[in-house]
Design a protein around this ligand. Structure first.
Ligand code: MN
Length: 359
């Protein structure tokens, strides 16, 4: 009989809505030990889970991080025990050293042990981000899996879909009244949806996977880290004049092999422009308004060497259209501030072509 089940009789005799007595569901402080989860930007991004036990930190490297959902287990690779001082370690491990790369504390707290042996470790975490009952079980050698046993704290949490249908504008003119509209440049590039989980990207366009076409997504995903998010993005390639270049883009798209893709990605790098948020932390954002989604996008602060959130302007459609034409861009997209994210074509988004240059 496990320690927990010993309280079954005690609990069965009491109504804890009526009595102030403890239900015995809270682990007692004396039973608790400390844990830490470090985000480790080594050659391959992973999260290091370390549990205080017998004077050391028993450790696993978890490539996709601590799973928030019981329906999805994550691989956990058992690694060497670390000293207790590692509970508070954060810093840069220098190049050439084992595990070179930045390490930061992603979560810390205490845990209650239900079971702890060579094959199975069952614990309840009480951290800032990691809370609830988990089991680590050994599958083969150093390979373990980590599984969330109880329902997520947010029971309405859902698994991210593997593909998204993008919202498409209709061809139209500028709205007669700017009020209620936002304006973005119409970037000539490859548009696709990208889901990020455990710092890994999965990109799809019209249902087909395109992740391999854009090696730029790997550092983009690492920069996002553990937050599950899906974005509507446009990948653009810039010419020597700094403007989007469709010939270079076509070369990137048409690469015939993985090695050609990698070579072209070095020669003709793309910049990833996130233009909308489709999913965030277990929930679709499609029913939020464009204005709310743009706020979420701004909060993600996606700015890096090969990615950048492009501006969106509320009102001033004429000025944005003039700037697009001046920069040789195809036009602007007018997006209604109240518009939900609708799969497929919608009149809530309008593509407005730049006037043809007069010669
Ligand atoms: Mn590590």
């Amino acid at each position: 009989m496990s320690d927990e089940d010993r309280l079954d009789t005690y609990r069965a005799m009491r109504d804890f809505e009526a009595t102030p007595e403890p239900a015995g569901t809270q682990p007692q402080p004396s039973d608790r030990a400390r844990f830490v989860v470090q985000e480790h930007h080594a050659t391959s991004l992973h999260w290091d889970l370390r549990l205080e036990r017998d004077g050391v930190l028993v450790s696993w490297a978890v490539p996709k991080g601590i799973p928030p959902d019981p329906r999805r287990n994550h691989l956990a690779v058992h690694t060497e025990d670390h000293p207790l001082e590692y509970l508070t370690f954060a810093g840069d491990i220098p190049d050439g050293s084992y595990g070179a790369g930045g390490m930061s504390i992603w979560d810390q707290g205490t845990y209650f042990t239900h079971k702890f042996d060579e094959q199975e470790v069952m614990v309840t975490f009480e951290g800032e981000r990691t809370r609830g009952r988990y089991v680590l079980f050994r599958t083969k050698g150093d390979q373990w899996m980590i599984h969330r046993m109880d329902a997520p704290e947010d029971p309405s949490r859902e698994l991210m879909p593997t593909a998204f249908e993008l919202m498409q504008p209709v061809d139209d003119e500028l709205p007669s009244d700017d009020d209620g509209w936002a304006f973005e440049f119409d970037w000539p590039g490859a548009r696709f949806a990208v889901g990020v989980e455990g710092g890994r990207c999965h990109a799809t366009a019209r249902g087909a996977e395109v992740t391999g076409v854009w090696p730029e997504l790997a550092p983009f995903g690492r920069a996002i880290g553990a937050l599950p998010v899906a974005l509507d993005v446009v990948a653009v390639t810039l010419g020597t004049d700094g403007r989007p270049d469709s010939v270079r883009l076509a070369r990137r798209r048409d690469a015939k092999s993985a090695s050609a893709t990698r070579r072209l990605a070095r020669q003709v790098p793309a910049t990833v422009l996130p233009v909308d948020v489709l999913w965030l932390d277990g929930h679709s954002t499609a029913d939020l308004s464009y204005r709310e989604r743009r706020r979420l996008l701004a909060d993600l602060a996606l700015e890096g060497p090969r990615w950048r959130t492009p501006p969106s302007h509320e009102g001033a459609g004429d000025a944005v259209a003039a700037a697009a034409a001046q920069q040789g861009l195809p036009g602007v997209i007018a997006k209604h501030l109240d518009s939900p994210y609708v799969a497929g074509r919608s009149e809530l988004w309008r593509r407005v072509a730049s006037p043809r240059p007069t010669l």
